[in-house]
Design a protein. Structure first.
Length: 460
């Protein structure tokens, strides 16, 4: 499933607001849904709100039943049917309000149960994967079996369908994974099930071999032969995870421990990592950046994302700029057939997107939201006058994030001071009988301040 248009008629600061989420004219994929979308804008403009509305549209029965009775919410999503970019559906207030084909006449219908309707087309796919900005708060729930709300999460109506889906995978055909819900621990048990089962199985097998060796029922050569045979028949599910995630974890001097540690049951709760020198880093000592990477990248690799919509709020959190520069490409490589929706405040994250993939929200004079367009005239690839992926960081900050000053106020004051020294120096040079020592001293002062400000000057 991919969303090609969102229409918000009247909701909070959105009024008669339409977002075109297709490739523009002149693109090789013109008219097809964008594969990744970046929402930017001042705090409070509604980036996270739109992510939540997408969740509501797609997983309507799960997210919030109150939307159905709220007459202020009038939101429509136009989505593409799988493998057919001409057929579309429109979902409005939890109902399929229209099914149509662009090449033929529009056919209108109403289907109240969106979930059962979509299940005919999406089978056992994972339709939605949603990562909140505060995903690191999941960590204690996973490790220490804590919940962040109702103690019995299965009595919470918002979680009922997801909970049932995880407890009984045969009860529903397709699934939603929302890491903001209380039952996140159960979601992770589902994601890591094969790794945990592998650890237990290998532990049991190793114990049996050890017992046989102690009882002299087999020699060392036979033991190695049986162990190699078992490894061949039981591929380690940690290996593909380690191969992918270690690309970034190695930058932290870390790597995933490829073999499960089964000293106790607690060792199978979650993934283990160690430093390159072999020293294990206990889970509760992981950095926030390490948690962020493991908690977002692991589901993308372990889950089937071929037809998924993936929502990520503030992916820049806890990542150093060099990781921010790579993380979007890293995520999209893990889930190449999914559609990504990203909300960010980071110019580095924004630089990973082409201009037609960025939706910038701005308030108009009446306090409603409008979209700042990066093109003039027809929505055509040749008419875009801002290309974030080609800009310097300072240009992105000024042209896209609307920062008026070159740095903070301390820099502004020093730039004024540099300008004043420069004017005095020029006047001094123009004097016929100027003191060479005074000129040299002022020139050195000017160069030192320019160096502090990273200001390029001519040295002639």
């Amino acid at each position: 499933m991919k969303i090609s248009k969102i229409i918000i008629n009247d909701y909070n600061q959105f009024k008669n607001f339409t977002i075109d989420l297709t490739y523009p004219h002149g693109h090789s994929k013109a008219g097809k849904p964008l594969e990744k979308v970046c929402f930017i804008g001042q705090s409070g403009t509604g980036k996270s709100t739109v992510l939540n509305l997408i969740r509501t549209i797609i997983s309507y029965e799960i997210i919030d039943a109150n939307y159905a009775n709220n007459s202020m919410i009038d939101i429509t999503a136009e989505t593409h049917f799988p493998n057919n970019h001409n057929r579309h559906i429109r979902i409005n207030k939890g109902e399929i309000s229209a099914i149509f084909d662009k090449k033929n006449a529009k056919r209108t219908t109403k289907v109240k149960n969106v979930k059962s309707f979509l299940s005919r087309y999406y089978g056992d796919s994972n339709v939605l994967i949603s990562f909140p900005a505060e995903i690191n708060t999941n960590f204690n729930q996973i490790l220490f079996k804590e919940t962040k709300g109702d103690l019995n999460v299965f009595h919470n109506p918002k979680n009922e369908i997801i909970a049932n889906n995880i407890k009984n995978t045969n009860s529903l055909k397709f699934k939603f994974f929302d890491f903001e819900f209380n039952n996140v621990r159960d979601i992770w048990d589902n994601i890591l099930k094969d790794i945990q089962e592998f650890g237990v199985s290998k532990g049991n097998f190793t114990t049996k071999l050890t017992n046989k060796l102690q009882k002299q029922m087999l020699d060392a050569e036979k033991l190695i032969e049986e162990l190699n045979k078992w490894n061949k028949e039981n591929p380690n599910p940690l290996k593909p995870l380690a191969d992918k995630l270690n690309v970034i974890l190695n930058r932290f001097n870390l790597e995933i421990q490829p073999e499960p540690d089964f000293k106790s049951a607690d060792d199978l709760k979650f993934i283990k990592i160690h430093q390159k020198n072999g020293d294990e880093i206990p889970n509760n000592y992981w950095s926030t950046g390490t948690k962020q990477l493991i908690l977002t990248a692991t589901p993308l690799l372990k889950l089937n994302t071929d037809k998924s919509i993936i929502l990520i709020d503030e992916p820049e959190r806890s990542f150093y700029p060099d990781i921010q520069q790579e993380i979007i490409n890293f995520y999209t490589e893990l889930a190449p057939k999914a559609q990504f929706f990203i909300a960010t405040h980071s110019p580095i994250i924004a630089s990973s997107f082409e201009p037609w993939e960025i939706v910038e929200f701005k308030f108009d004079e009446e306090g409603y939201l409008s979209q700042d367009l990066y093109y003039k005239g027809e929505r055509h690839v040749n008419n875009y006058f801002i290309q974030p992926q080609y800009l310097r960081w300072d240009s992105i900050l000024s042209k896209i994030f609307d920062l008026e000053h070159d740095g903070n106020f301390a820099r502004k004051e020093k730039l004024l001071e540099l300008s004043e020294i420069g004017l005095k120096l020029n006047k001094l040079k123009e004097q016929k009988n100027s003191n060479p020592d005074k000129v040299k001293k002022m020139w050195n002062e000017y160069k030192e301040l320019a160096e502090l400000l990273d200001w390029k000057i001519e040295t002639k």
